[in-house]
Ligand binder design. Structure first.
Ligand SMILES: [Fe+2]
Length: 303
């Protein structure tokens, strides 16, 4: 005590900061900022956060900003690796029974993929075993097929990389958009995806190493499915035979999203045109919940 004045207690600091938001025009913004401060301060109090630890946190955030550019989104990676992306997704979506479940967008989505014809290839260079992916988009409530729905897909190849990570790859390699036919059917030639590590040469990778976690994700194909009058679906289709299904680095696996890639021989009479050699097929129906569409953007590329 100096001059009879009590030192400022931590709780007073919290109260002052909360009060500073009282004049915010937006009640929602006020709620978000005040709650953020309450939980941040409680985190520091509960853990007895030291000044060195606070400094290390600031350094990690600084490195996150420095490594993020139009091809690398380290902030989404933090959100994914801490399970926040899946948590927010779960809060947002309580799909009706029968609707295909959602999962994370991930850091590799690039809007504006080319519109391709029914049955077209998405690989613009050799990238692994061809996979005939086919199914129908239907209404989850009544089962009616949805004509003109858009199936926006992207995936990695057998070098583990998405095109956006690979300077050698053509711009639209392993991605494309497809429109469903009158009977709701869509089909495309993908490749069998492979497990891959999330980018682990930055601050998220350092956190994983320091905490004894691995960076691997099980093999999957990403999809965004859109139709007028239906909730936009952001999801993955996982290879049910992949490694890492039990320990996905970003916690995105849901049992209902596992599908079988069926191996097919080169002389299989059902072999679609344009496929040579051994191939596989993946049946993948999608059921959308009636509701509002939303725009999905990549925050790293659409500021
Ligand atoms: Fe992915």
């Amino acid at each position: 005590m100096q001059n009879g004045i009590e030192p400022v207690a931590p709780a007073e600091i919290t109260a002052n900061v909360l009060e500073s938001f009282a004049g915010a025009d937006s009640a929602r913004l006020r709620e978000l900022m005040q709650s953020l401060v309450v939980h941040l301060h409680a985190f520091a109090a509960e853990t007895g956060l030291t000044q060195e630890e606070w400094q290390a946190g600031i350094a990690a955030l600084t490195a996150t900003g420095q490594i993020t550019d139009e091809r690398r989104q380290e902030f989404i990676l933090w959100s994914d690796a801490l399970g926040l992306s899946m948590f927010v997704d779960a809060l947002a979506h309580r799909p009706p029974a029968g609707a295909t479940e959602s999962t994370v967008l991930g850091p590799f989505y690039v809007p504006g993929s080319p519109l391709r014809d029914y049955g077209a290839r998405i690989a613009e260079a050799d990238s692994g075993t061809p996979a005939w992916v086919y199914g129908r988009v239907v209404d989850a409530v009544n089962g009616h097929p949805l004509a003109g729905a858009e199936v926006d897909v992207w995936q990695n190849g057998d070098n583990r990389l998405y095109a956006v990570q690979d300077p050698q790859a053509p711009e639209h390699h392993l991605r494309g958009r497809f429109r469903t036919r009158d009977d709701g059917a869509f089909a495309f030639v993908a490749v069998r995806p492979t497990p891959y590590p999330i980018p682990d040469d930055g601050p998220v990778g350092q956190m994983l190493k320091a905490t004894g976690r691995h960076p691997w994700r099980p093999a999957h194909i990403h999809m965004i499915v859109r139709a007028a009058g239906y909730v936009t679906l952001v999801t993955h289709i996982f290879d049910r035979d992949s490694d890492y299904l039990e320990s996905d680095a970003v916690f995105a696996v849901k049992p209902s999203l596992l599908r079988a890639f069926e191996p097919r021989a080169a002389d299989d009479p059902a072999r679609p045109a344009g496929i040579e050699g051994d191939w596989c097929s993946l049946e993948c129906d999608i059921a959308l919940a009636p509701g509002l569409e939303r725009t999905v953007t990549d925050p790293g590329r659409t500021a």
